[in-house]
Design a protein around this ligand. Structure first.
Ligand code: MG
Length: 250
């Protein structure tokens, strides 16, 4: 299944993509799964982030090669941080950093959307807690992150978390190609088989400390090749079997 969330005349609405059509749902797929009998053209939909999180939990340095490019050894356990909900941005949305940001980086990542409340789960049970997977750009004001010595401000500026374009289930999260393109040129190319901590183990680790709620998002870390974006750039996060998240920089 491929789940989308879009802006309808009545506000945000969920649907399931079937070909060029979206069959509309009465509520979020993690609140129930009921079609309302309507359908719309996918091409006519103004897509929203396909999630309604209470929190966005992110993993830093989950690929050894990226840890090394940041001047660090691969960590022995998942390093977690969070992005504020103010950072959520839409597929196709503009990334509009404050003027004082000197270096604005892309970080293409696989994201997990949670289906069912998850607390202290075991890795082997992870699949029942997951709605599916989508693309996420962990946009980062690198100069601010380095200046502050911790990550909250540099990672959580308004619009610094584009997510989408949809959530896809039935894929193996630890066998996906993650590609980031800047103005059409490939700048990051990784495969989630190279994760230091796999998705099942990440969910076990996170839920040992914090309950994940339906609609919550877990960003799984970025591969090597991070770099800056400039005004007018088009950035795409392309994940095999999922799709392409495309945003522009104002
Ligand atoms: Mg990241």
């Amino acid at each position: 299944m491929k789940y989308v969330r879009f802006l309808s005349a009545n506000g945000p609405q969920w649907g399931v993509v079937e070909g060029e059509q979206v069959k509309t749902l009465t509520c979020a797929p993690y609140e129930g799964m009921e079609y309302d009998g309507g359908s719309v053209n996918l091409a006519d939909c103004s897509l929203l982030a396909p999630c309604t999180p209470t929190k966005i939990v992110c993993v830093g340095k989950n690929y050894a090669e990226h840890a090394r490019e940041m001047g660090a050894e691969p960590p022995g356990f998942p390093v977690l941080f969070m992005k504020g909900l103010n950072a959520l941005n839409t597929p196709g949305g503009e990334i509009d950093p404050p003027e004082f940001v000197q270096r604005l980086d892309y970080e293409g990542e696989l994201a997990v959307v949670i289906r069912r409340r998850a607390s202290k789960i075991r890795a082997e049970d992870y699949a029942g807690y997951v709605l599916g997977y989508t693309c996420l750009n962990d946009v980062t004001a690198r100069d601010v992150q380095q200046h502050d010595g911790q990550w909250t401000r540099g990672k959580s500026m308004d619009g610094f978390c584009p997510v989408g374009p949809w959530v896809v289930d039935g894929v193996d999260p630890d066998r996906l190609e993650v590609t980031t393109r800047l103005n059409g040129s490939v700048v990051q190319q990784g495969n989630t088989r190279d994760f230091i901590t796999t998705v099942p183990k990440l969910l076990e680790f996170i839920t040992a400390s914090m309950t994940l709620e339906p609609g919550d998002v877990v960003a799984t870390g970025t591969p090597a090749g991070i770099g800056p974006m400039q005004s007018g750039d088009v950035v795409e996060v392309d994940i095999s079997h999922i799709g392409v998240l495309r945003n522009t920089v104002k």
